[in-house]
Design a protein. Structure first.
Length: 164
């Protein structure tokens, strides 16, 4: 019996079979009413068990708690981070199409248009949305959380970086 093989098969099943059976099983873990963004996260893969899926969705739904200094990328500084977050907030507030591809394009435009690095924009957005160094991409998180929740978390991050 090969547990790694079983986990690989299970991961493929989870990713490919987003249906009522899988959704009802997630409800057993306290995860119900998945958004389109949360379903997209599941479909992208990387989860070998329903417990991993449930933990991911639960952590995304929970308001993150983090040290504000985590918002600053290791090759950045407070001012560039605040600028990156503020510009992202401004562009995202005006964004009507809330899909991951368009959100990725919006975020990618900021460093080139404003002489910033990707670390000045993508890192603090990831931390603001997830509270973690490792998570799905910022565009995937934006899509999963929705516009209102995403902007609220970015606003909170801007406020916390100002206090540093």
């Amino acid at each position: 019996f090969n547990i790694d093989k079983l986990n690989n098969i299970n991961e493929k099943y989870i990713r490919q079979q987003i249906n009522s059976l899988l959704l009802s099983r997630l409800a057993e873990y306290g995860i119900a009413d998945l958004t389109a963004g949360e379903i997209a996260l599941i479909k992208r893969g990387g989860y070998q068990t329903l417990n991993e899926v449930a933990n991911c969705i639960a952590s995304i739904r929970q308001l993150p708690s983090y040290d504000p200094s985590l918002l600053i990328f290791k090759k950045s500084d407070k001012d560039k981070t605040k600028t990156g977050l503020s510009l992202a907030r401004e562009k995202l507030e005006n964004q009507k199409d809330w899909d991951p591809e368009r959100l990725q394009q919006v975020l990618q435009s900021i460093p080139t248009e404003h002489s910033l690095t990707n670390g000045d924009v993508f890192w603090p957005i990831r931390v603001a949305l997830s509270g973690a160094e490792k998570s799905p991409s910022p565009a995937e998180l934006l899509f999963a959380l929705g516009k209102n929740e995403s902007l609220a978390r970015i606003n909170q991050a801007v406020a916390s970086i100002e206090k540093l």
